[in-house]
Every structure is written in C-alpha cells, then in structure tokens.
Design a binder for this molecule. Structure first.
Ligand SMILES: [Zn+2]
Length: 224
C-alpha cells in the first residue's frame, strides 16, 4: 500500500463486496467470504457493520468528538462530557475507542467490525459494547466462534487491551497477512504528513506527541 492508501485518503486498494455489503482490500474479500461461509455453516450470520473507512470519515468522527458534538465514551462505555477537558485529555479519552484520522486500521480495508444478524431481533441496533459480546450478551456465541475459528482464515483480534492502547474490542477482526504489512508501513512520518495537512481539531497537541501516540495506538497490537 502507498501512503494515500495507508491513511485512507484514496480507495485504490479497496473494492465493493455486495453479499454482504462491505468495502474490503482486494486481497481480503476472498478470505473474509470463506470465514463467513464457515460461520454460516455453524448457524452464525457473520455480518460486517464497518469495514473500509476513509480518512475524511474518520476526520468527521474525530472532530465531532473533540468538539463535543458527538458522544464520547469513557473506558466503561459511559458517556463523558469532553467540553470540560483539556485538549490533551480529550485526545486521550477519544483514543480509547476511536482512532486518529490516518491511523485507523479500517483505512486499510483489512479490518472489520463483526456482528451476527441472526442473534438479535431485526430491529436491534448494535452498540458495539463489550457487554454485548460477553457471556449472556447477544453476540457471546459469535465471540466464541470467532475466537475458535478466525485464525484458520488468517484473521485475528488486534485490540485486546493488553499491548494496544485501544480498549478491548471483541468485534474488531483483522486479516493479518495484509494488515501486518500495512502496520509496518504506516510509520510516524507517514502519519505526521497526513495529520499536518488535515483540518483536525487538537492538531498542535496531536503532532507534539505523535511518536508516543503512534507507538501506543498503531505499532502496539495484541496477538492471540
Ligand atoms: Zn473496528
């Protein structure tokens, strides 16, 4: 992937998939569809609710949260008012659950947020909280199935709350053979260039601590 692809500023590396609807890296679509077929055979309707996400979309999410217009959650998934926080505190809080624009693994088309559409009533709105995937939650069987089977298809969970600074996200899976190359190629210098050129709130503070943010939220991931 080139710098524009690594930071989600172009879409030359991704393609539309129609069943199920998602946008994936051209080398991830086939392995994902194999994973989905295996899940279906076990009664799980594995469906992505997020796949490729562009830089501009991540920028809108970031600026919405930084300004307090979009809800921000604390480490326990409870809403927190960011307007009373310093810029540095806002950055730290937003990064619990959201990536910096340019630093989202969703830019690569290798990562998906997964649910089981058969596990809930049709009008259920997934919130993507750890409780939904924990024992007793609607997606607990999905989480168990993925834990047991995803690796056979090349997928793993990068966010387990161990090494990565991102909170544990049992719904977020990544296709390692392509994503690992992207993770190594997305250096602090590449990320710096993308952020410096964007109208992002908190830019000065972000750039001042970019090396540390990169180390904690991009370079550090959790392997099984
Ligand atoms: Zn995700």
């Amino acid at each position: 992937m080139n710098e524009g692809e690594l930071t989600g500023q172009v879409r030359t590396h991704v393609a539309d998939v129609h069943d199920p609807e998602c946008i994936l890296h051209m080398h991830v679509a086939a392995p994902f569809l194999s994973l989905r077929r295996a899940a279906l055979a076990d009664g799980i309707d594995l469906t992505p609710i997020s796949s490729f996400r562009s830089f501009s979309r991540q920028l809108a999410i970031w600026n919405g949260k930084f300004s307090g217009e979009k809800p921000v959650l604390d480490a326990s998934s409870r809403p927190i008012e960011v307007r009373g926080l310093s810029p540095g505190e806002r950055i730290e809080t937003i990064l619990l659950w959201s990536a910096l624009p340019g630093a989202s693994r969703h830019h690569w088309g290798t990562d998906l947020d997964l649910i089981d559409t058969q596990a809930t009533a049709p009008d259920y709105r997934p919130r993507l909280t750890p409780e939904e995937f924990a024992p007793g939650g609607p997606y607990a069987p999905l989480a168990g199935w993925l834990e047991a089977n995803a690796a056979r298809f090349g997928f793993f969970r990068p966010f387990r709350g161990i090494l990565s600074g991102v909170q544990p996200e049992p719904w977020h899976f990544s296709f390692a053979p392509v994503a690992e190359n992207a993770r190594r190629a997305l250096t602090p210098a590449v990320l710096h260039k993308a952020i410096a050129a964007a109208p992002i709130l908190g830019k000065e503070e972000i750039l001042a601590q970019l090396e540390a943010l990169h180390a904690r939220y991009v370079a550090a991931i959790d392997w099984p």
